[in-house]
Design a protein around this ligand. Structure first.
Ligand code: BES
Ligand code: MN
Ligand code: ZN
Length: 492
């Protein structure tokens, strides 16, 4: 979607569809009033008839018939308490209505919308660009038999810098969604590595290094290597580094992503229904990859080191087993009591590697536990964080970006569930309670010293049904916006 800003008056904007916002109760102000006047009161009549109520997410399309320059007007509702979420939803509604009408260009008038121009611009671009996303790679029907694609969005009265920022962020988010939505057959460790190399080719501040199994064995990454043993596809440790010419001194942001391109559970095999959707177990990797790309594209003055553990967790002749005892890169030993608790094993060795590359602040993203979905649902990721200042930075980045988090406890009490008789710890507890907290406490054993945050994104990375917002079903690219925003706030 091509995104521009302009100062054109709404009545004079040339577009297939012009969107104007109204709150509830519907009273026509700003652009809605100007457009209504130009159309001889056509919108006011629909308000009087009770057809336009300004409800949250309500969209009413009216043909302009020459009253204004645009072909159609979409009146989008903001509800009773308009805010960022309502504005994103309104923009999403405008784009969906445009797509249904096969309108190719949309102009969104900010006059009458909540927030200041900068904040509103960001929400409108986010809502429009995220709602305009489609995963079409495997569709064979000709394009004209599918819903139309909106090619351009002009924000009337928009802020140029914010429009560009949001365009970069949403494009990166949508690329992460493509990576997520692609099934493991076509999105294995190799394909993730290819994407890292491609990013490095596109951005001069980025370098990509891809390490194979032999390298991992030499580094003693026994946990990661064991998980990979059931798959015929070689595991890869993917490292992307952003080293801008000017960067804040003494700070290296480490981003670690779980890249399980398929998680069948291994010998602790998942039941059939739980296997569906496990192509999404690389969502953490997709997010940190594309966030690193966005950070480079924005030229943020902060050093970033991104580490991805990419492999599959399958049953196989050589697959690791329950009762195995493994040694991690940091020397600690782990007794395997559940081969399906593989994410923490891969992350453990990757966290250690990120620290060894000098990361001062580390954030890991992982679809780690089904229990976080039970606890928090599909809107908030579980946030576990050590370092109160860092916690505040992440919360602020979440607030600004729209990727929401909810803090959960990181506490030594959960070590009770880690006890093993024969090794330093077990990987899977049968405690049956506090699963996300226990998993986070496991990771802490490998997170080294200093600020660290773990985001359990199992509930938010992928939606198996729409939440009724700018995202539909499928991958959400959760974390691309949050991580880039975090890097912005930490940069020099
Ligand atoms: N990838 C799964 C977590 C998951 C579950 C993500 C549902 C998305 C939706 C992870 O590897 C896993 O299997 N976790 C186990 C942990 C347990 C064995 C301690 C789980 O949640 O059941
Ligand atoms: Mn698993
Ligand atoms: Zn998993």
């Amino acid at each position: 979607m091509r995104i521009t800003t302009s100062t054109t008056a709404p009545e004079r904007a040339a577009a297939d569809m012009l969107a104007v916002a109204v709150g509830r109760p519907a009273s026509l102000t700003g652009a809605a009033a100007a457009v209504d006047a130009a159309m001889g009161g056509a919108i006011a009549r629909l308000v009087d008839a009770g057809e336009i109520r300004g409800g949250r997410g309500q969209v009413t399309v009216v043909h302009a018939d020459g009253g204004v320059r645009a072909k159609r007007v979409a009146v989008v509702g903001l509800g009773r308490s308009p805010g960022p979420a309502e504005l994103r939803l309104a923009a999403a509604g405008a784009v969906r209505a445009a797509s249904a009408a096969r309108a190719k260009s949309v102009a969104f008038a900010l006059d009458g919308a909540p927030l200041d121009a900068a904040g509103a611009t960001r929400c409108v671009v986010d809502g429009a660009a995220l709602a305009g996303y489609r995963f079409t790679r495997y569709l064979t029907a000709p394009a004209d038999e599918r819903p139309g694609e909106v090619g351009s969005l002009a924000i009337l009265g928009g802020d140029r810098a914010q429009a560009r920022l949001s365009a970069v962020l949403t494009e990166a988010t949508n690329r992460a969604r493509d990576l997520q939505n692609t099934p493991s057959r076509d999105m294995g460790p190799q394909e993730l590595a290819d994407r890292a190399r491609q990013l490095a080719k596109e951005h001069s501040t980025l370098t990509a290094r891809v390490h194979d199994r032999a390298w991992m064995e030499r580094r003693g990454m026994g946990l990661f290597v064991a998980v990979a043993q059931g798959s015929s596809r070689p595991p890869l440790t993917i490292v992307l580094r952003h080293r801008p010419r000017r960067a804040r001194a003494g700070v290296v942001l480490g981003l670690v992503g779980k890249g399980l391109t398929y998680d069948a559970g291994g010998y602790t095999l998942k039941p059939a229904r739980s296997q569906i959707g496990m192509k999404f177990d690389m969502s953490g990797a997709a997010a940190v990859l594309e966030a690193t790309g966005a950070i480079a594209e924005l030229g943020l003055p902060i050093e970033v080191v991104t580490v991805i553990g990419a492999t599959e967790n399958l049953i196989g002749r050589d697959a690791f087993k329950n009762d195995d005892i493994l040694t991690a890169a940091n020397g600690k030993t782990v007794e395997i009591t559940n081969t399906d608790a593989e994410g923490r094993l891969v992350l453990a060795d990757c966290l250690h590697h990120a620290r060894s590359l000098g990361a001062t602040h580390v954030v890991d993203l992982a679809t780690l536990t089904g229990a976080v979905v039970t606890a928090l649902g599909d809107l908030h990721a579980g946030l576990f964080v050590r370092g109160e200042e860092f916690a505040g930075a992440i919360q602020s980045a979440a607030d600004v970006s729209g990727d929401m988090v909810w803090r959960l406890p990181l506490h030594d009490t959960y070590k009770r569930f880690l006890r093993s008789e024969v090794a330093d710890m077990v990987n899977g507890s049968f405690a049956g309670r506090g699963g996300p907290c226990y998993a986070a406490r496991f990771l802490q054993e490998f997170a080294g010293e200093g600020d660290w945050a773990h985001l359990d994104i199992a509930g938010v990375a992928e939606l198996d049904r729409s939440r009724g917002d700018e995202f539909g079903k499928g991958g959400t690219g959760w974390g691309v916006r949050l991580l880039t925003e975090l890097a912005r706030s930490m940069a020099a």
